[in-house]
Design a protein around this ligand. Structure first.
Ligand code: FES
Length: 293
C-alpha cells in the first residue's frame, strides 16, 4: 500500500479516539496484513513512535504481520469447542488444505489458524471463514465449507449481488469511494460514513446494503434519532430528496460508480435502504430491498 493511500486512511480517522487501531484495521482489511513499511508509514504520518505502533499491531491477535490468504479459516479450540471434538475439525482442515495452523497456502488462497473462543460457545464447534460463522461443525462439513469459500460464498449472496450489482458506492459530490472491505470478512463491502445527530457525531460503518441485511455499527445514536450522513472525504452532506416509505424520514443519497443510487434511511431505528438503478428516467419502479438490522 502506498504512503498516499495510508495518508487517506489516516485522514478518515483523524480526531477519533482509538484511531490507531482503526487505521491498522483498515490497512489490514485492504492488504490482509500489516507490513513493516506500512507500520513505519503510520508511525511517521501520525507522529507516534514506531514502538507504539508496533506494540498495538502485535498486542491484538486480529492483526497479522505476515501476509494472510484470501480466505482466513479460524477453528475455535476454546474449551467448549474442544470438548466437542474441535481438534478433529482442525485435523480435517489440515488434511484438506495441506496446512498447519498459522500457515498460508502457497497460492495465497487459504490461511488456517486456531483461536481460543469466538464467543458462541453453545453452538460449538465453531469455525469462522472470512467472518462467516459455521456452528456445530463436524468433520463431514469441512469439504463443504472449503468449497463454499472457494466459490466466494456465492450461494449465500442475494440475487442482486449474484446479478452483479455495482458494488462500489461513491460520494455524489467528490466521487471518492465510500466502500471499504467489511471488517474481518474478506471482500464483503461495507460503507464508511460520517454521521451526526442528537448532538453527537461519529463515524458509522454500514454493512449489508447489497447482502443479507443492512446493519450500522456503533451505539452512538439513540433509536429514532434523525442522523445526517456526510462524506468522510469532502464532508459534504449526503441528503437526498426521497422520503423513506417505511417511516417517512429523509433518505441519504449515495451514488453507485457507473450509475444508480443507494438510498439509506436517516432514522437510526429504521433499517430501510433502497437501490435505484438509472434513477433519472425512472422515478417509478425502483429495485427496492427491504432489509433488517
Ligand atoms: S469455546 Fe468455541 S466459541 Fe467459545
Amino acid at each position: 500500500m502506498t504512503p498516499e493511500a495510508i495518508e487517506k486512511i489516516i485522514a478518515v480517522h483523524a480526531g477519533n479516539q482509538g484511531s490507531l487501531i482503526s487505521i491498522l484495521e483498515d490497512i489490514q482489511d485492504r492488504c490482509r496484513y500489516l507490513s513493516e513499511d506500512a507500520l513505519r508509514t503510520v508511525a511517521s504520518l501520525t507522529g507516534r513512535s514506531l514502538v507504539d505502533v508496533y506494540g498495538v499491531a502485535t498486542f491484538y491477535k486480529a492483526f497479522s504481520l505476515k501476509p494472510r490468504g484470501r480466505h482466513l479459516v479460524s477453528v475455535c479450540l476454546g474449551t467448549a469447542c474442544h470438548v466437542r471434538s474441535a481438534p478433529d475439525i482442525v485435523d480435517e482442515f489440515k488434511r484438506q488444505l495441506g496446512l498447519e495452523p498459522g500457515e498460508t497456502s502457497r497460492d495465497g488462497e487459504f490461511t488456517l489458524e486456531t483461536v481460543n473462543c469466538l464467543g458462541t460457545c453453545a453452538l460449538g464447534p465453531i469455525v469462522a471463514v472470512d467472518g462467516r460463522y459455521f456452528s456445530k461443525v463436524g468433520r463431514k462439513d469441512v469439504t463443504k465449507i472449503i468449497r463454499a469459500a472457494k466459490a466466494d460464498f456465492m450461494e449465500d449472496r442475494s440475487p442482486e449481488e449474484r446479478a452483479g450489482l455495482p458494488a462500489k458506492v461513491v460520494c455524489p459530490h467528490c466521487g471518492v469511494s465510500l466502500t471499504v472491505p467489511e471488517k474481518g470478512a474478506g471482500r464483503e463491502a461495507s460503507l464508511l460514513l460520517e454521521a451526526s445527530g442528537g448532538g453527537k457525531r461519529a463515524q458509522v460503518r454500514i454493512s449489508g446494503v447489497l447482502g443479507a441485511g443492512m446493519s450500522r455499527s456503533g451505539n452512538d445514536f439513540q433509536p429514532d434519532t434523525r442522523v445526517r450522513y456526510s462524506c468522510p472525504n469532502c464532508r459534504a452532506g449526503l441528503d437526498g430528496a426521497a422520503l423513506c416509505p417505511e417511516c417517512g424520514a429523509e433518505m441519504a443519497s449515495l451514488a453507485f460508480e457507473g450509475g444508480g443510487s443507494l438510498l439509506i434511511c436517516s432514522c437510526w431505528g429504521c433499517a430501510n435502504c433502497m437501490v435505484r438503478l438509472n434513477v433519472p428516467a425512472a422515478p417509478a419502479g425502483p429495485d427496492r430491498k427491504r432489509v433488517t438490522g
